[in-house]
Structure formats: structure tokens, C-alpha cells
Design a protein around this ligand. Structure first.
Ligand code: ATP
Ligand code: MG
Length: 602
């Protein structure tokens, strides 16, 4: 293939050379290459305390309790902003007391270490207390996305053998009550609020949060925690099929500590905002654990996306570091930069993005709109933490997900018919992205899918299921998920490259690209496009977009057909569901839709 590492679309964008900015702290990782040569995972322990008296490693101790020993007890750990504008500030000391109470609540309910606690609620303060308290109690915890319907809740609780569920009275009434008989193993349900609502009082095993918490003591000694103790069970986004339950352990906190410093450039005293919900791994690893381990103030916003409200948060809270996702960036781009005029965002120092490929347009739009580029980084539920990143001191290649962090070895490999993998050393070749196993936050299993888990590892490599290429400078470029890649007339076409080219057109807000079976060339490329406000779908624009794509990509790669949609189907974590576009186009079964957020509208 003659295309360059970033594809022609990316070539239009110059690399963004990072210059030190006056008044800004020095990046935590000033020289990535030198650190890569030097770093060993054992060194990460220096960033952490470990439990007193050598009693092991516990995420909640590292995220909360140890800060009290270092004089940071009064610092604001979580600044919660409610939907109605309410504000609650939880200091590290207060969070330590609350989570201690919750750990004792679990013990009083008879939960043994290792048993599973599920949390189902919006981004409320109790969610953060419950997750950290459960970790203190050495229970495994699984935060579920609050917009799930009863069926996805039931399947996940069954898969994870939930013993305790923490939720709100409203969610309980609407979604959980009807499942109680089915979920026989679910012994206790804790409802937020002061007292049990009268209509629910007769339900078995129901408790009021305030009541249990008031009876528990604010002092608690975390029991010995082997670093291999299960900490979190996270379900994947379901972009490519039925969600898998990835099992993580307390040892992962080593990766959260270093990646928070290096990939997100968290500095002491920072105000940080991660927009992800803890129902997805980003919202837990980087909305909860990594910022608290770094001792920063983490802003939690209960409300869902709204561009103006988000800009208000950035400005009013004087956010220094912001971690968000391409889907939100695309929505902000749709509105243009006008909405940002006159705002004082001078505190903002670092912006990062994860979850989907970030089109070069998005990186560059960041520069226009905020005076800062978005730093793309790559990881998965299975990797537990950021693996590949554009870090603060690195030049950014718009469209590239960056380079592996110290401690991480990544390569492009090819699966061979004999069951082994071959590393493709030559720069620019497409292949599967693989990571040298192990690293501390690597998943330790898929719930009830041991064979599938084992299949992820070959010859000491963890195979990610994503296709990518690596250029001569060592930057990694996302090509597509193995399942989404299109094979057409001998070409391997990544949907991302085609989508990015379409996104360069001023009319295009979002694009999703799939392959349609074709007897002659294998598959032909078809694009689904949502337009920005003010543009009319129609024959003329259709022709213009096809021409634009052909010019950018060449006839072999450009889409042969374009359909307009008012929006594209997305997972609740914001990823375009290409498999659903394809199933609907071909009249095939739609598969697991438990994580579908919005339905496409023709
Ligand atoms: P499922 O495994 O259930 O199909 P999923 O893979 O979308 O869902 P997650 O673990 O939430 O579930 O997402 C990880 C995937 O998201 C990665 O494997 C990759 O395909 C995509 N991804 C994440 N970050 C990036 C990025 N920076 N660039 C491109 N793709 C990314
Ligand atoms: Mg996946």
C-alpha cells in the first residue's frame, strides 16, 4: 500500500510542535525516550505508599487514606456539581471517613472480602463513596451505567454474581424491583436517601444509605490486601458485540499512578475534570482512581453533555486538565468556536481524548477553539489504563494516538496460520496492535470466558483486536477494529481514515463507514453521514462529498455510496456502532444492543 502512515487526510495537518509555555509547570514526562529506557514497573511503587506494616496494596488507601498522612487531608478531593447547580466539596479527610463507613456497612451486612458490590446510579457523591468503600472492604466492585434498562442490569449482575447493589429509590423502582426474584444472589439493596420510601418498605433486603452510614464508625483499618486481589469488574462498551466483563486487581493502581502523571500530566494542586461516567472504565480509572491517587481536585459533573454548560465548568472551576472523548469534541465542533468567545479559559493547560479515534480535524479544532490541541490517547477496558499517548512534551501528529508510555511495549503483529504471531518491524505496515504482557493494570480474566481470555495472549503478546500501524518515528496510527476493517479489491481499508477524510468537509459533523459485500471486489465502502446545522442533505451534497472523498483518498478507498442520517448509532460511552449500521444495511440480526445510546434516525 502506498499510503503514508497517517493517510493523506492526516498529512494535511502539520505536526504540532510543543513549545514550553511561560507560567506553566514543566511536563511530568519531559523526555519520553529517556524514561522508556530507564523505567521499570517496580519504580512506580515509589509514587505510592502501600498499606502500613507491609500489608499489601489497596487502591482505596492509595487514592484516599494515605493523603491524610501527607498533610493533604483538607484538600478538596471531589468537587461535585449537581444537575441543579448544587455543589458539594469532599475533602480527602471527609472522603476517608465516608469510605471507612461504607466499608463497615458492607461488613455489617455480612459481606466477605471478594464478594461483589454493584453500583447503579448517576454521577452522585454516593457512587464515589461506594466504589472506594467497597475497595477498602476488599470487595470487588462494578459500577453500572445508570441509563441501562432492566435486562442489561440483570445480565451484568448475574454474570458478576452481585451480592449488594447500591442505587437510588427511583432507579430501583423503575429497573431493579422487577428483577429481584430473578437475582436470587442479590441479598441486599442499599437505596440512597434518609429513609426507605413507604412504597418500598416491604421489599426484602432493602436498606437506606443514610441510616446504615450513620450507624457505621468513621474509623476503619483496611485489611491486608494482596495486590492480586480483584478490585473492579468492568464491562466493555459492546461496540463490537456482547459486552465482556474484564476483571481487574488492586495492583492496577501502579499504572493509574504513573499514567495520571505522564499521560494526563497531573500536577500537585491541579483541578482536573474527566467527563466520562464511571459506568465505563475511563470514568473509574481516570474519573476516580488516577486523579485521587495524584492528590488533585477532581471535578464531577452530574449533568450530561451540553456545550455551554461544559464551557461554564471549564471557566468557573478553573480546570487545568481536561479528559474527554471524540464524540463530545465532535459535538462542540458542530457548534463552532463562537460559543467560546469571551471566556477566560486561562487555567486550562492540558486537554486529552480517548475512546475512539480522534480525527485530525478535532485535534486542530482544539487549537483554534481553546488555544491547545487535544492529546489523543489509546487504551481499552482490558488494559485498565492508558497505554499509548500523545504526552504533554511530545510533538503531536494529528490523527495519531501517540507513542507507548514508559513500561509499555507495543508492536504491530500479524497472526500466522501456525498459531504464532510475527512482529512487523517495517514501519507503516498495517497489522494488529499488540502489547507485551504483563503490565500492572492488565485484566486478569474475562468473567466466565476463560478460553476467550486465554486466546488474547500469544507468544507473550496481548492481542488487542485493533488494527494499527506504526510510522518510522514510532507514532501509532489507528486503522480500525479488526471487526470493522473493510477489505476491498485487495486493499485493507480502515473506516477511521475514510471518516476523517469526510470530516474535513465543512458540512460533515459525523461519519460512520462500513463495508458492503460485493461479488467483484469483496467489499465496497459505504458511508453514513450526519450534517452540521445549516447544511441540506440531497443529491448535490452527496455528489460533492463523494468527489471530496475521492480526491482525498483515491478511488479505491473512497466510499461508493453515502447515506445521510440525522445522527449515527452510538454506544453509551460515545462510540459509533458500525456493526449496527452494517447489520441494518444488510438486514442481519442486530445483536446485543444493551449499550446502544441513541437510535439512528433516517
Ligand atoms: P467491545 O470490546 O465490547 O466491542 P469496546 O472495545 O468499544 O467494546 P472499550 O474497552 O470501552 O470497549 O473501548 C476500547 C476500544 O476503543 C479500543 O479497543 C479501540 O478500538 C477504541 N479506542 C479507544 N481509544 C482510542 C483511540 N484513542 N483511538 C482509536 N480507538 C480508540
Ligand atoms: Mg473491545
Amino acid at each position: 500500500m502506498t499510503r503514508s502512515s497517517g493517510g493523506e487526510a492526516a498529512e494535511r495537518f502539520q505536526r504540532i510542535v510543543k513549545q514550553p509555555r511561560p507560567g506553566m509547570p514543566t511536563p511530568n514526562l519531559p523526555d519520553r525516550a529517556a524514561e522508556c529506557a530507564r523505567f521499570r514497573w517496580e519504580d512506580a511503587a515509589a509514587l505510592l505508599d502501600g498499606l502500613p506494616d507491609g500489608a499489601g496494596l489497596n487502591i482505596a488507601h492509595e487514592a484516599v487514606d494515605r493523603h491524610l498522612r501527607h498533610g493533604r487531608g483538607d484538600r478538596c478531593a471531589i468537587r461535585w456539581i449537581g444537575k441543579a447547580g448544587q455543589r458539594i466539596e469532599l475533602s480527602y479527610a471527609e472522603l476517608a471517613r465516608q469510605t471507612a463507613r461504607f466499608a463497615q456497612v458492607l461488613a455489617a451486612l455480612g459481606l466477605a472480602p471478594g464478594e461483589r458490590v454493584f453500583v447503579l446510579m448517576g454521577r452522585l457523591p454516593e457512587l464515589y463513596t461506594a466504589v472506594l468503600g467497597a475497595l477498602k472492604a476488599r470487595c470487588a466492585v462494578s459500577p453500572l451505567f445508570s441509563a441501562f434498562g432492566p435486562e442489561p442490569i440483570a445480565t451484568r449482575c448475574e454474570m458478576g454474581d452481585a451480592r449488594v447493589l447500591v442505587t437510588t429509590p427511583e432507579l430501583y423502582r423503575r429497573k431493579v424491583r422487577g428483577l429481584r426474584e430473578r437475582l436470587g444472589g442479590l441479598r441486599h439493596v442499599i437505596l440512597t436517601g434518609a429513609a426507605l420510601p413507604a412504597d418500598l418498605a416491604a421489599d426484602p433486603g432493602l436498606h437506606a444509605w443514610d441510616d446504615l452510614m450513620a450507624r457505621a464508625s468513621p474509623d476503619y483499618v483496611i485489611g491486608p490486601t494482596d495486590p492480586e486481589t480483584v478490585s473492579l469488574i468492568h464491562f466493555t462498551s459492546g461496540t463490537t458485540g456482547r459486552p465482556k466483563g474484564a476483571i481487574h486487581v488492586h495492583q492496577a493502581v501502579l499504572a493509574h499512578a504513573v499514567t495520571g502523571r505522564w499521560a494526563l500530566d497531573l500536577h500537585d494542586g491541579d483541578v482536573y475534570w474527566c467527563t466520562a461516567d464511571p459506568g465505563w472504565v475511563t470514568g473509574t480509572s481516570y474519573g476516580l482512581i488516577a486523579p485521587l491517587v495524584a492528590g488533585v481536585t477532581s471535578v464531577v459533573v452530574e449533568a450530561e453533555f451540553d456545550a455551554q454548560a461544559w464551557y461554564d465548568v471549564l471557566e468557573r472551576e478553573r480546570v487545568n486538565v481536561w479528559y474527554t472523548a471524540p464524540t463530545a469534541i465532535r459535538m462542540m465542533m458542530k457548534l463552532g468556536t463562537d460559543a467560546l468567545r469571551g471566556r477566560d479559559l486561562s487555567a486550562l493547560r492540558f486537554m486529552a481524548s480517548v475512546g475512539e479515534p480522534l480525527n485530525p480535524e478535532g485535534v486542530v479544532w482544539g487549537l483554534e477553539a481553546f488555544g491547545l490541541p487535544f492529546h489523543d490517547n489509546w487504551w481499552q477496558t482490558e488494559t485498565g489504563g492508558i497505554m499509548i499517548a500523545n504526552t504533554a512534551a511530545m510533538d503531536i501528529q494529528p490523527g495519531s494516538m501517540g507513542q507507548p508510555l514508559p513500561g509499555i511495549t507495543a508492536a504491530i503483529v500479524e497472526r500466522r496460520p501456525d498459531g504464532h504471531v510475527a512482529v512487523l518491524d517495517e514501519a507503516g505496515r498495517d497489522g494488529e496492535l499488540a502489547l507485551k504482557a504483563p503490565w500492572p493494570s492488565m485484566m486478569r480474566g474475562y468473567l466466565h470466558e476463560e478460553a476467550r481470555y486465554r486466546k488474547c495472549f500469544v507468544d507473550g503478546w496481548y492481542l488487542t483486536g485493533d488494527l494499527a500501524r506504526c510510522d518510522a518515528e514510532g507514532y501509532f496510527w489507528f486503522v480500525g477494529r479488526a471487526d470493522d476493517v473493510i477489505k476491498s479489491a485487495g486493499h485493507l481499508i480502515g473506516p477511521f481514515e475514510v471518516e476523517s477524510a469526510l470530516m474535513e468537509h465543512p458540512a460533515v459533523a459525523e461519519a460512520g463507514v462500513i463495508g458492503i459485500p460485493d461479488p467483484t471486489v469483496g467489499e465496497v465502502v459505504k458511508a453514513f453521514v450526519a450534517l452540521k446545522p445549516g447544511f441540506e442533505a440531497g443529491e448535490a451534497l452527496n455528489r460533492e462529498l463523494l468527489g471530496h472523498a475521492r480526491k482525498r483518498l483515491g478511488a479505491a478507498v473512497a466510499p461508493k455510496a453515502i447515506d445521510f442520517r440525522s445522527s449515527l448509532p452510538r454506544t453509551r460511552s460515545g462510540k459509533i456502532m458500525r456493526r449496527l449500521l452494517k447489520a441494518r444495511e444488510l438486514g442481519l440480526p442486530e445483536g446485543d444492543l444493551s449499550t446502544l445510546e441513541n437510535d439512528e434516525q433516517p
